[in-house]
Design a protein around this ligand. Structure first.
Ligand code: SAH
Length: 342
C-alpha cells in the first residue's frame, strides 16, 4: 500500500476517548485507518531504528520532556516513555490519535504521555519548551508530501536551546540504473496497445517518478549524494534546492533511469543509529524512486554522467514536488527532463 502522507483539515482539541470514527472521517483522513499504521509499524527497519535510537539512549531521555510530532498510534511516544522521559506530549491531526489514547492507557502510560489532537501549526501544547523532539516525517523521495516543514516549525517554536531532534540528519542519493525490461513494461508499453498508438500517455508516464524496489545488480554507477539535511539547522527554504552530480560508471552498460533514495541517521545517539532506503539495504516501505530518461544512455566503465537535479514544491500546489534532472554524457548533448510527484 502506498504511504503517501496527505494533510487533513482538523481542529485542535484535546483527545476525546469516545470519539467515533465515521466512514466520512476515514474518507477525508487517510491516516485514520489502521492499515497505513500497520504498514509503518511492520517496517522493522524504520520502527526498529527509532526504537534503538530512543530506548538505547536512556541517558538522553531520562527526566526529559519530549514532543512527538505526528504521533500516529503513539509508538514513538511510548519508546520515549520507556527510555525514562519525565513527560511526553504526542500530537496528531488524524483520528488515529483516538486509538493512540486507548493504546497509551492499555500500556499504563496515561500519566507520562499526553496526547493532543490537531495540527502542530495551530496547537496549544500543555508544555511550551521541550528537551527532545521525535518525529517520523519522511515521505517518498524523502520530501514528497513529507512533514519536514512541520518538524522544523516545531523545532523553532518548542525546542530548548541545545535540545535534540530524533532523527537529526537525512541525506539523499542518486545513481543510474539499467532497467530495460521494466521500462519496456511501464513506459514503452504505451507505444503499442493492442495495435493502437497510446504514446501521448508515454510522455506523461515518463514524467511521473516511480516508487519501486530496484535490485542492486541494476545499479551501473557509483552513487552521488545530492542533498544533506541537518535538522538542527535546516530552514524551510533549504528544501528547495539544486544539486550537481557526477555518476561514474562501474561497468559497460546501458542506462534507462536515475534512481534516488535516502539515508536517515540519529547523530546525537551514543552509538550512532542509522538506516538506508537504498537498493543495497534491507527493504523499507519507502522503496526507491525511479526517474526514467526519454532515451537510453550508453556508458563505459570509468565514464561519467554529469548533471544537476533541482527539487522544489510546486508553486500552485505545494504538496506536489517538481523535480528536474539535466544530464550529459561523453557521447550525448545535455538533456533535461521535468518530473512531477503528485
Ligand atoms: N509517529 C507515528 C506515525 C508517523 S506517520 C509512527 O512512527 O508510527 C506521520 C503522522 O503525522 C500521521 O499520523 C499524520 O496524521 C501526522 N501529521 C502530519 N502532519 C501533521 C501536522 N502538521 N500536525 C499534526 N500531525 C501531523
Amino acid at each position: 500500500m502506498a504511504t503517501s502522507r496527505p494533510t487533513t483539515a482538523s481542529h485542535t482539541h484535546p483527545v476525546d476517548g469516545f470519539h467515533d470514527m465515521t466512514s466520512k472521517d476515514y474518507y477525508a483522513d487517510s491516516y485514520a485507518h489502521f492499515g497505513i499504521h500497520e504498514e509503518m509499524l511492520k517496517d522493522s527497519v524504520r520502527t526498529g531504528s527509532y526504537r534503538s535510537a530512543i530506548v538505547n539512549n536512556a541517558h538522553l531521555f531520562k527526566g526529559k520532556t519530549v514532543l512527538d510530532v505526528g504521533c500516529g498510534t503513539g509508538i514513538l511516544s511510548m519508546f520515549a516513555a520507556k527510555a525514562g522521559a519525565s513527560h511526553v506530549v504526542g500530537i496528531d491531526m488524524s483520528n488515529i490519535i483516538d486509538q493512540a489514547q486507548k493504546i497509551i492507557e492499555a500500556n499504563n502510560f496515561k500519566d507520562t504521555i499526553t496526547l493532543v489532537k490537531g495540527k502542530l501549526e495551530e496547537a496549544d501544547l500543555p508544555i511550551k519548551q521541550f528537551d527532545i523532539i521525535i518525529s517520523e516525517w519522511m515521505g517518498y523521495f524523502l520530501l514528497y508530501e513529507s512533514m519536514l516543514d512541520t518538524v522544523l516549525l516545531a523545532r523553532d517554536k518548542y525546542l530548548k536551546p541545545n535540545g535534540h531532534i530524533f532523527p537529526d540528519s537525512a541525506a539523499m542519493y542518486i545513481a543510474a540504473i539499467e532497467d530495460q525490461d521494466y521500462k519496456e513494461e511501464k513506459i514503452n508499453f504505451w507505444d503499442n496497445v493492442y495495435g493502437f498508438d497510446f504514446s501521448c500517455i508515454k510522455d506523461i508516464a515518463l514524467r511521473e517518478p516511480l516508487v519501486d524496489t530496484v535490485d542492486l545488480k541494476s545499479v551501473v554507477t557509483d552513487p552521488c549524494m545530492i542533498k544533506h539535511i541537518d535538522l538542527t539547522t535546516a530552514r524551510k527554504e533549504d528544501l528547495s534546492f539544486e544539486a550537481p552530480f557526477t555518476l561514474t560508471a562501474t561497468r559497460n552498460d546501458y542506462v534507462h533511469a536515475f534512481l534516488a533514495w535516502f539515508d536517515i541517521s540519529f547523530e546525537c545517539t551514543h552509538k550512532k543509529v542509522k538506516f538506508s532506503t537504498g537498493p543495497h539495504a534491507q527493504y523499507t516501505h519507502w522503496k526507491q524512486t525511479v526517474f526514467y530518461t526519454p532515451s537510453t544512455i550508453t556508458v563505459s566503465e570509468g565514464e561519467s554522467i554529469t548533471g544537476r537535479l533541482t527539487c522544489a514544491p510546486n508553486e500552485r500546489n505545494n504538496r506536489d514536488l517538481d523535480i528536474s534532472i539535466s544530464y550529459k554524457t561523453p557521447r550525448d548533448h545535455e538533456a533535461t527532463m521535468q518530473y512531477k510527484m503528485y
